[in-house]
Ligand binder design. Structure first.
Ligand SMILES: Nc1nc2c(c(=O)[nH]1)N(C=O)[C@@H](CNc1ccc(C(=O)N[C@@H](CCC(=O)O)C(=O)O)cc1)CN2
Ligand SMILES: Nc1ncnc2c1ncn2[C@@H]1O[C@H](COP(=O)(O)OP(=O)(O)OP(=O)(O)O)[C@@H](O)[C@H]1O
Length: 207
Protein backbone atom coordinates (compact mmCIF):
# COMPACT_ATOMS: atom_id res chain seq x y z
CA UNK A 1 0.00 0.00 0.00
CA UNK A 2 1.12 3.61 0.18
CA UNK A 3 3.67 2.87 2.90
CA UNK A 4 5.59 0.48 0.59
CA UNK A 5 7.15 -2.76 1.78
CA UNK A 6 6.67 -3.13 5.54
CA UNK A 7 9.64 -3.29 7.92
CA UNK A 8 8.85 -4.78 11.35
CA UNK A 9 6.79 -7.83 12.26
CA UNK A 10 3.97 -5.60 13.50
CA UNK A 11 3.87 -3.70 10.17
CA UNK A 12 3.82 -7.02 8.28
CA UNK A 13 0.89 -8.26 10.39
CA UNK A 14 -0.99 -4.98 9.96
CA UNK A 15 -0.39 -4.97 6.23
CA UNK A 16 -1.62 -8.58 5.88
CA UNK A 17 -4.77 -7.78 7.90
CA UNK A 18 -5.44 -4.68 5.85
CA UNK A 19 -5.09 -6.50 2.52
CA UNK A 20 -7.25 -9.45 3.63
CA UNK A 21 -10.09 -7.25 4.86
CA UNK A 22 -10.06 -5.01 1.79
CA UNK A 23 -10.17 -8.15 -0.38
CA UNK A 24 -13.11 -9.56 1.65
CA UNK A 25 -15.01 -6.28 1.26
CA UNK A 26 -14.33 -6.07 -2.46
CA UNK A 27 -15.60 -9.67 -2.80
CA UNK A 28 -19.10 -8.77 -1.50
CA UNK A 29 -21.67 -9.19 -4.26
CA UNK A 30 -23.44 -5.96 -5.29
CA UNK A 31 -26.66 -7.29 -3.69
CA UNK A 32 -24.96 -8.09 -0.40
CA UNK A 33 -23.11 -4.75 -0.41
CA UNK A 34 -26.41 -2.93 -0.93
CA UNK A 35 -28.21 -4.95 1.77
CA UNK A 36 -25.49 -4.39 4.38
CA UNK A 37 -25.11 -0.73 3.40
CA UNK A 38 -28.80 -0.08 3.99
CA UNK A 39 -28.43 -1.41 7.53
CA UNK A 40 -25.31 0.68 8.15
CA UNK A 41 -27.15 3.78 6.93
CA UNK A 42 -30.04 3.16 9.35
CA UNK A 43 -27.70 2.78 12.36
CA UNK A 44 -25.57 5.75 11.29
CA UNK A 45 -28.60 8.02 10.85
CA UNK A 46 -29.82 7.09 14.36
CA UNK A 47 -26.38 7.75 15.87
CA UNK A 48 -26.09 11.15 14.15
CA UNK A 49 -29.60 12.06 15.35
CA UNK A 50 -28.32 11.56 18.92
CA UNK A 51 -25.11 13.53 18.16
CA UNK A 52 -26.24 16.22 15.74
CA UNK A 53 -23.18 17.54 13.87
CA UNK A 54 -22.74 21.16 12.89
CA UNK A 55 -19.86 20.34 10.55
CA UNK A 56 -19.85 16.72 9.40
CA UNK A 57 -16.77 15.21 7.73
CA UNK A 58 -17.15 12.13 5.52
CA UNK A 59 -15.18 10.32 2.80
CA UNK A 60 -15.98 9.76 -0.87
CA UNK A 61 -16.39 5.97 -1.32
CA UNK A 62 -13.22 4.15 -2.38
CA UNK A 63 -12.60 0.43 -2.99
CA UNK A 64 -16.11 -0.80 -2.06
CA UNK A 65 -16.34 1.24 1.16
CA UNK A 66 -19.80 2.17 2.45
CA UNK A 67 -21.16 5.06 0.39
CA UNK A 68 -22.04 7.94 2.75
CA UNK A 69 -23.32 10.23 -0.01
CA UNK A 70 -27.06 9.36 0.03
CA UNK A 71 -27.23 10.03 3.79
CA UNK A 72 -25.18 13.24 3.47
CA UNK A 73 -27.58 14.50 0.78
CA UNK A 74 -30.59 13.61 2.92
CA UNK A 75 -29.14 15.36 6.01
CA UNK A 76 -28.23 18.50 4.02
CA UNK A 77 -31.75 18.66 2.62
CA UNK A 78 -33.27 18.31 6.10
CA UNK A 79 -31.10 20.91 7.89
CA UNK A 80 -29.99 24.10 6.17
CA UNK A 81 -27.55 24.91 9.01
CA UNK A 82 -25.56 21.68 8.56
CA UNK A 83 -22.20 21.89 6.76
CA UNK A 84 -20.69 18.79 5.21
CA UNK A 85 -17.03 18.47 4.20
CA UNK A 86 -14.55 16.10 2.55
CA UNK A 87 -10.87 15.54 3.32
CA UNK A 88 -8.25 16.84 0.89
CA UNK A 89 -4.92 15.02 0.74
CA UNK A 90 -2.10 17.54 0.32
CA UNK A 91 1.35 16.03 0.82
CA UNK A 92 1.65 12.77 2.80
CA UNK A 93 3.42 14.56 5.67
CA UNK A 94 0.69 17.17 6.21
CA UNK A 95 -2.63 16.68 8.03
CA UNK A 96 -5.55 16.62 5.59
CA UNK A 97 -7.62 19.75 5.08
CA UNK A 98 -11.44 19.57 4.96
CA UNK A 99 -13.39 21.48 2.30
CA UNK A 100 -17.11 22.26 2.27
CA UNK A 101 -19.05 19.96 -0.07
CA UNK A 102 -22.54 20.05 -1.57
CA UNK A 103 -23.97 17.83 -4.35
CA UNK A 104 -23.20 20.76 -6.70
CA UNK A 105 -19.49 21.11 -5.80
CA UNK A 106 -16.99 20.96 -8.66
CA UNK A 107 -14.67 18.04 -7.90
CA UNK A 108 -11.10 17.06 -8.68
CA UNK A 109 -9.21 13.86 -7.85
CA UNK A 110 -6.25 13.36 -5.54
CA UNK A 111 -3.17 11.19 -6.13
CA UNK A 112 -5.26 8.06 -5.36
CA UNK A 113 -8.07 9.01 -7.75
CA UNK A 114 -10.40 9.97 -4.87
CA UNK A 115 -12.57 13.03 -5.63
CA UNK A 116 -12.60 16.11 -3.39
CA UNK A 117 -14.01 19.63 -3.84
CA UNK A 118 -11.84 21.64 -6.23
CA UNK A 119 -12.45 24.74 -4.11
CA UNK A 120 -14.45 25.50 -1.01
CA UNK A 121 -14.23 26.93 2.43
CA UNK A 122 -11.81 25.06 4.75
CA UNK A 123 -13.82 23.62 7.63
CA UNK A 124 -13.02 21.80 10.85
CA UNK A 125 -15.48 18.92 11.41
CA UNK A 126 -17.01 18.38 14.85
CA UNK A 127 -18.11 14.87 13.78
CA UNK A 128 -15.90 12.83 11.45
CA UNK A 129 -16.96 9.65 9.63
CA UNK A 130 -13.95 7.48 8.79
CA UNK A 131 -13.99 4.30 6.72
CA UNK A 132 -12.30 1.33 8.40
CA UNK A 133 -10.57 -1.50 6.54
CA UNK A 134 -10.33 -3.25 9.92
CA UNK A 135 -11.21 -2.26 13.49
CA UNK A 136 -10.59 -3.95 16.80
CA UNK A 137 -12.10 -4.50 20.24
CA UNK A 138 -10.55 -1.26 21.54
CA UNK A 139 -11.74 0.92 18.67
CA UNK A 140 -8.44 1.12 16.79
CA UNK A 141 -8.72 1.22 12.99
CA UNK A 142 -6.62 0.25 10.00
CA UNK A 143 -6.87 2.54 6.99
CA UNK A 144 -4.75 2.31 3.86
CA UNK A 145 -1.46 2.55 5.73
CA UNK A 146 -0.52 6.14 4.96
CA UNK A 147 -1.41 7.53 8.41
CA UNK A 148 -3.48 10.43 7.02
CA UNK A 149 -6.27 10.17 9.58
CA UNK A 150 -3.92 9.66 12.51
CA UNK A 151 -1.99 12.81 11.54
CA UNK A 152 -5.21 14.70 10.88
CA UNK A 153 -6.89 13.73 14.16
CA UNK A 154 -3.70 14.61 16.05
CA UNK A 155 -3.86 18.12 14.47
CA UNK A 156 -7.59 18.85 15.02
CA UNK A 157 -8.39 20.79 18.19
CA UNK A 158 -10.89 20.21 19.66
CA UNK A 159 -10.88 16.60 18.43
CA UNK A 160 -14.01 15.71 16.43
CA UNK A 161 -16.29 12.90 17.49
CA UNK A 162 -14.71 10.10 15.44
CA UNK A 163 -17.02 7.48 13.99
CA UNK A 164 -15.66 4.52 12.05
CA UNK A 165 -17.80 3.03 9.28
CA UNK A 166 -17.36 -0.50 8.00
CA UNK A 167 -18.84 -3.92 7.49
CA UNK A 168 -18.77 -6.60 10.22
CA UNK A 169 -16.16 -8.43 8.12
CA UNK A 170 -13.73 -5.69 9.23
CA UNK A 171 -14.04 -6.59 12.93
CA UNK A 172 -10.92 -8.25 14.39
CA UNK A 173 -9.54 -8.84 17.90
CA UNK A 174 -6.54 -6.49 17.63
CA UNK A 175 -4.97 -4.42 14.86
CA UNK A 176 -1.72 -4.46 16.88
CA UNK A 177 -1.94 -0.71 17.57
CA UNK A 178 1.15 1.45 17.22
CA UNK A 179 1.91 4.43 19.47
CA UNK A 180 0.51 6.93 16.91
CA UNK A 181 -2.85 5.13 16.56
CA UNK A 182 -5.83 7.03 18.01
CA UNK A 183 -8.92 4.95 18.92
CA UNK A 184 -12.32 5.81 17.43
CA UNK A 185 -15.22 6.89 19.63
CA UNK A 186 -17.56 4.40 17.91
CA UNK A 187 -17.81 2.14 14.87
CA UNK A 188 -21.01 1.61 12.87
CA UNK A 189 -21.52 -1.67 11.01
CA UNK A 190 -24.58 -3.49 9.68
CA UNK A 191 -24.88 -5.07 13.17
CA UNK A 192 -25.17 -1.71 14.97
CA UNK A 193 -23.00 0.76 16.83
CA UNK A 194 -19.98 -0.41 18.83
CA UNK A 195 -19.16 2.26 21.41
CA UNK A 196 -15.57 2.77 22.55
CA UNK A 197 -15.70 6.06 24.41
CA UNK A 198 -17.87 7.83 27.00
CA UNK A 199 -18.28 10.69 24.47
CA UNK A 200 -20.95 8.56 22.75
CA UNK A 201 -24.40 8.60 24.34
CA UNK A 202 -25.84 5.16 24.23
CA UNK A 203 -28.14 3.06 26.32
CA UNK A 204 -26.52 -0.17 25.21
CA UNK A 205 -23.14 -0.97 23.69
CA UNK A 206 -24.82 -2.42 20.60
CA UNK A 207 -28.09 -1.24 19.23
N1 LIG B 1 -12.86 6.99 0.91
C1 LIG B 1 -11.74 7.35 1.48
N2 LIG B 1 -11.23 8.55 1.21
C2 LIG B 1 -10.09 8.94 1.83
C3 LIG B 1 -9.45 8.11 2.74
C4 LIG B 1 -10.02 6.83 3.02
O1 LIG B 1 -9.53 6.04 3.84
N3 LIG B 1 -11.16 6.49 2.36
N4 LIG B 1 -8.28 8.55 3.33
C5 LIG B 1 -7.83 8.16 4.57
O2 LIG B 1 -6.77 8.42 4.98
C6 LIG B 1 -7.51 9.56 2.61
C7 LIG B 1 -6.80 8.89 1.44
N5 LIG B 1 -5.88 7.92 1.90
C8 LIG B 1 -5.34 6.92 1.14
C9 LIG B 1 -4.11 6.40 1.52
C10 LIG B 1 -3.52 5.41 0.78
C11 LIG B 1 -4.17 4.88 -0.34
C12 LIG B 1 -3.52 3.77 -1.13
O3 LIG B 1 -2.43 3.37 -0.86
N6 LIG B 1 -4.26 3.25 -2.16
C13 LIG B 1 -3.95 2.17 -3.09
C14 LIG B 1 -2.67 2.30 -3.83
C15 LIG B 1 -2.33 3.72 -4.14
C16 LIG B 1 -2.20 4.17 -5.53
O4 LIG B 1 -3.07 3.90 -6.39
O5 LIG B 1 -1.21 4.90 -5.75
C17 LIG B 1 -4.09 0.84 -2.40
O6 LIG B 1 -5.08 0.70 -1.68
O7 LIG B 1 -3.30 -0.09 -2.61
C18 LIG B 1 -5.41 5.39 -0.69
C19 LIG B 1 -5.99 6.39 0.05
C20 LIG B 1 -8.44 10.65 2.16
N7 LIG B 1 -9.59 10.12 1.49
N1 LIG C 1 0.49 11.68 14.27
C1 LIG C 1 1.41 11.24 13.38
N2 LIG C 1 2.50 11.98 13.11
C2 LIG C 1 3.43 11.54 12.24
N3 LIG C 1 3.35 10.37 11.56
C3 LIG C 1 2.30 9.59 11.77
C4 LIG C 1 1.26 9.99 12.68
N4 LIG C 1 0.32 9.03 12.67
C5 LIG C 1 0.74 8.09 11.79
N5 LIG C 1 1.93 8.41 11.26
C6 LIG C 1 2.70 7.58 10.29
O1 LIG C 1 1.85 7.11 9.22
C7 LIG C 1 2.21 5.78 8.83
C8 LIG C 1 1.00 4.91 8.58
O2 LIG C 1 0.21 4.76 9.76
P1 LIG C 1 -0.93 3.64 9.86
O3 LIG C 1 -0.41 2.32 9.40
O4 LIG C 1 -1.52 3.72 11.23
O5 LIG C 1 -1.99 4.17 8.77
P2 LIG C 1 -3.55 3.94 8.65
O6 LIG C 1 -4.21 4.46 9.89
O7 LIG C 1 -3.79 2.52 8.30
O8 LIG C 1 -3.89 4.81 7.38
P3 LIG C 1 -4.84 6.09 7.10
O9 LIG C 1 -4.88 6.93 8.35
O10 LIG C 1 -4.18 6.76 5.94
O11 LIG C 1 -6.17 5.59 6.75
C9 LIG C 1 3.11 5.24 9.93
O12 LIG C 1 4.35 4.98 9.35
C10 LIG C 1 3.18 6.32 10.97
O13 LIG C 1 4.50 6.47 11.45
Amino acid sequence: MASGPPNGTQDTQRDALRRARIAAREALTPDEHRRLSQRIETHLAALLARHPPRILGFCWPYRAEFDCRPLMIRLLAADCTLRVCLPVVRTPELPMEFRAWTPHSAMQTDRYGIPHPAAGEPLSPDVLLMPVNAFDAQGYRLGYGAGYFDRTLAALAPPPLSIGIGFELARIASIHPASHDIPLDAVVTEAGVSVFSPRIQSLTRRE
